[in-house]
Each structure stands twice: as structure tokens, then as C-alpha cells.
Design a protein around this ligand. Structure first.
Ligand code: 5AD
Length: 496
């Protein structure tokens, strides 16, 4: 039996897809790269904006014929939309066989097998923390913490892996659906995390990205001792084989000095911090229920640059949130100029039924205004990204080679942003610049790679993408390159 998983959404979802694939592969299923020839098609879904959900419903609609005509075929809806929409999925697409929430991935194989054996739809989701009357422990347990199977062949690249350190979220930002679809915040035990990292290192993994909805809120209490993210980083730094560690996403007020110092001092901790600001006006931050002021955020930016030399900071922003005035929006523009983010992911506000913002505010910013603000903010950010990248010209950097570039292989494209296939506007497409001797980046890209080499991409310590020519077998190794050209989202290099 063969399966295919289609993933949208954040890195959490990318990891869930990998873990689900590992569960299925361990049970004897074969993974395919396309829907063709699949017996089971799984959609790993996102609910953070309406657009992401509508895309899935139309994809499900297109599968109706396939599912009803092909004997033995199965359709599974997994992830945040499965948790949020539950029975709605069966109403809108009655031929769906399995609905499984993000807290129930360990049950996926059993559910698929039960659906195949009985022909009846299967559903497993967590307890709705805002609707059902249940105590916190019951709710927590319904978003099961589990020790996942890690299979190198389930990963896109064996030498890079994500490791979940926390489940759920308790920040309750007014616009956000995550606390309801991923359940209450729960940290995994340091031992379990460390064992998983060691397993990955044994499998040849050299880079790990620690994941949590608010990853720097990590806190695990045991025998009177509390472990925080800085402690975890120190423990992982001691795992032989692991040379790079990143963590996403951070919540601004949980960015302690200890954590910044750990990033500065630990050789494996990379100077890259994704700390979504979401907005630049105090009035809006208050409506969003972000628990900081823009002054505090600016102070954090100062502290990061002072503590960690060469640090790259990235952010998320929402434009057109309920009640956002032009003046409030311009304060976001000011913050982007001040913070000099490496890049920002910018989203137009999308009402999510059931949360606080949907109950108490009106979605009153017209779509055209959201679009215009989105484009304006993006233009400012792109200018900064281009300037920052230009400062790398002529410099030598160490990169972890990831593999053939998009031109060589379409499959790497998906992973180049934090949010796969999302309606966000951090455009990876490049605006040609005019480097010396070459008329455009397009021309540079079009230049054929010399014999025996292909166009490869790698990442610097601060998470900048470098494109260069080299042998395919270099994937997974560390190399030094000199930057010979730059664009807003890419550096172009030569192997040293
Ligand atoms: N509308 C638009 N963007 C949102 N995000 C979260 N909720 C919404 C929403 N309702 C954005 C935030 C978050 C990112 C993953 O998605 O910027 O950091």
C-alpha cells in the first residue's frame, strides 16, 4: 500500500507530516512523491487563515471522483483543520475516511487500518478546550504527548531534522486559532528531547531545529529543578555530531538574557532568531493581546544585536487587523525600519471564528487596504533585506550545503520558508541586481554549472540562503564560500 502526504502550514506541520510518514512506513506503507498511484492521500492542513482552509476544501472536492471510483482508496484529513472542523469535514466531503487532529498522530495507522477494514469513517481529535467541560488534565492528555519514531528515510534530508520540544500554546493572542487546535501548552521532558536528538545524531543528522509555538517559553519542572530553553541548548551542544541548532518561534517577552547569552556562547547555537512582533503600535498590540509594548520589543531588538554579534532577526506581521488605522499601520512600518529584520513574513488579517477577536472586534479593514498595506510593508522589508545581504558581498561564510537549488530540483522549494504553501508574502523570487561583470542575477543563474557540478544551495549560520556551483555529493557537508553577488533573499557564492 502506498501513501502520499500533502502539507500546508508551518514547520510544526512539516514535522507532523514527517512523523506521520514514519509511523506509516514503520507499519509497511510506502511513501510516494506524488498523488499518482497512491492508495491513501493525506492532507496535513492549516487553520491559521481562512485561505489555507478553502484551498484544502477545494483540493478535497477534486478528489471526490478518484476516491469514489478507485476501489480501496482512502482519504485522510490530518492537522489543525481536522481538529477545528471535525465533523464539518465529513459534511463537506462525505467520502473522507479519516479525520485526525494534531494531537493524535500516534493513532494514524490504527485509524487508517480501521477505515480500510470496516469501510466506516474514523475520527480522533483532542478535547475542545474552549467548548467542552473538561478539566485541564483531561484536555492536555487528549492532545497526547508521544515519543515519535524517527526514520531518516521519512525526512527530506537525512542531515537536517526538526525536534518538537513543546506542544500547544497558552498565549491566547486574540487573532489566533492555535491554542484551540493544538491544545494547551505542554513541554516535553529534557530526557526525551535529548534522547531524540542523540538518535538523530546517530542517523547522521548535523543540524536540528527545535520547534514550539512559543519555543522560548519552554519550561520543564522535575525534582525541584526547572529546565529552560537555554539549559536545553547547552545539553544539545554536548551531543556529538550536532553542529547547528536553531529554535522557532520565539515569543518576545520570553527572550531572557540567559537565552541570548547561550546563543552567543554555545558553538552549536546559531545566531538566528525568529521573534514575531506582529505589530508596531501599542494600541493594536493590546487588541491583539500580545503582552508587550513596541518600546519593549525595540529594547529586545537592541539587546539581541548587542549580545549576539551578527545575529539575524526575523519576524511575522499581521496587517489590517480589526480597527487598524493608517497611523497604527505606519508604526509597524517604523518598527520594520528600526529592527532591520533579515526578512519578515507578512499576513493579511483573517478572522478565525471562535476566538476573542472574532467575538469582540469587527473585521473592518477593507481587503484593498489590507492588500496595499501588505505590499507597502513588504517593499520596506525587501529594501532592508537587500541592504543587509549587500553587506555580505566579498565575505567568506560557512554554509551547510542542502542540495540542488530550485532550478535543479523543484522539491527543495517548499522548505525554503518557515511557512510552506501559505498565503504569506515573503517572496523567495529575486529582483535582479547588477553585479560587476554580470548584467543580472538572472544571467548568473542562467550560466551553466561547469562539468560535474550542479547549482547547489546552502545556509549560513544566520540562515541566509547561498546559491553556488558544486558537486551534487556535497549535500550535507559544511563548506566555505565567498559571496560574489547578492539579492534580497539570496547570496551567490563561489566555493573556496
Ligand atoms: N490572520 C492572519 N494572520 C495570522 N497569523 C496568525 N493568526 C492569523 C490570522 N487570524 C499569522 C501570525 C503568526 C503566523 C504564523 O500567522 O503572524 O505569527
Amino acid at each position: 500500500m502506498k501513501f502520499y502526504i500533502e502539507t500546508v502550514g508551518c514547520q510544526m506541520n512539516a514535522l507532523d507530516s514527517e512523523l506521520a510518514a514514519a509511523e506509516l512506513m514503520a507499519a509497511g506503507w510506502e511513501r510516494l512523491d506524488s498523488r499518482k498511484d497512491a492508495d491513501l492521500i493525506i492532507f496535513n492542513t492549516c487553520s491559521v487563515r481562512e485561505h489555507a482552509e478553502e484551498k484544502i476544501y477545494s483540493a478535497l472536492g477534486r478528489l471526490k471522483h478518484w476516491r469514489t471510483q478507485k476501489p480501496g482508496s482512502l482519504v485522510c484529513v490530518m492537522g489543525c483543520m481536522a481538529q477545528k472542523d471535525k465533523d464539518v469535514v465529513f459534511q463537506r466531503a462525505p467520502y473522507v475516511d479519516v479525520v485526525v487532529g494534531p494531537g493524535k498522530i500516534d493513532q494514524l495507522v490504527a485509524l487508517v487500518e480501521a477505515a480500510a477494514a470496516t469501510g466506516t469513517p474514523q475520527i480522533a481529535v483532542g478535547v475542545d478546550r474552549f467548548e467542552q467541560k473538561a478539566d485541564r488534565q483531561t484536555i492536555k492528555e487528549s492532545f497526547r504527548l508521544y515519543d515519535p519514531i524517527r526514520l531518516p528515510q521519512a525526512r527530506q534530508r537525512t542531515f537536517q531534522a526538526m525536534v518538537r520540544i513543546m506542544f500547544g500554546c497558552d498565549k491566547l493572542c486574540s487573532y489566533c486559532v492555535v491554542p484551540s487546535v493544538r491544545g494547551p501548552e505542554q513541554s516535553r521532558s529534557p530526557k526525551e528531547i535529548l534522547d531524540e536528538v542523540k538518535t538523530l545524531a546517530d542517523q547522521g543528522c548535523v543540524e536540528v531545529t527545535l520547534l514550539g509555538q512559543t519555543v522560548n517559553s519552554y519550561r520543564y519542572r522535575e525534582n525541584g529543578k526547572t529546565t529552560r530553553l537555554a539549559d536545553l541548548l547547552a545539553m544539545i551542544d554536548g551531543v556529538s555530531g550536532i553542529r547547528r541548532v536553531r529554535f522557532v518561534s520565539s515569543y518576545p517577552t520570553d527572550m531572557t538574557d540567559e537565552l541570548l547569552q547561550a546563543v552567543r556562547d554555545l558553538p552549536s547555537a546559531m545566531p538566528y532568531l525568529h521573534v514575531p512582533a506582529q505589530h508596531g503600535a501599542n494600541s493594536t498590540l493590546k487588541r491583539m493581546r500580545r503582552h508587550y509594548t513596541v518600546e519593549q520589543y525595540r529594547e529586545l531588538v537592541d539587546r539581541i544585536y548587542e549580545t549576539i554579534p551578527g545575529a539575524a532577526i526575523t519576524s511575522d506581521f499581521i496587517v489590517g487587523f480589526s480597527g487598524e488605522t493608517e497611523d497604527e499601520f505606519l508604526q509597524t512600518v517604523d518598527l520594520v525600519r528600526y529592527a532591520r529584520f533579515k526578512n519578515s513574513f507578512i499576513f493579511k488579517y483573517s478572522v478565525r471564528p471562535g476566538n476573542e477577536a472574532s467575538r469582540i472586534y469587527v473585521d473592518d479593514v477593507p481587503e484593498e487596504v489590507k492588500k496595499r498595506r501588505n505590499n507597502e510593508l513588504l517593499a520596506v522589508q525587501n529594501e532592508i533585506s537587500a541592504e543587509l545581504n549587500k553587506s555580505f558581498l566579498g565575505r567568506e561564510v560557512e554554509i551547510l550545503v542542502e542540495g540542488p537549488s530550485k532550478r535543479e530540483s523543484r522539491s527543495v522549494a517548499q522548505e525554503e520558508t518557515l511557512y510552506a504553501e501559505c498565503e504569506q508574502t515573503e517572496t523567495p523570487s529575486e529582483q535582479p541586481t547588477t553585479p560587476e561583470g554580470i548584467t543580472s542575477v538572472g544571467e548568473l543563474l542562467a550560466t551553466a554549472a561547469p562539468n560535474g557540478t550542479v547549482q547547489l544551495t546552502g545556509r549560513t549560520e544566520c540562515d541566509r540562503i547561498v546559491v553556488f556551483n558544486g558537486p551534487r555529493e556535497m549535500a550535507g557537508t559544511f563548506q566555505r564560500v565567498r559571496v560574489v553577488d547578492t539579492a534580497p533573499f539570496t547570496l551567490f557564492g563561489e566555493l573556496l
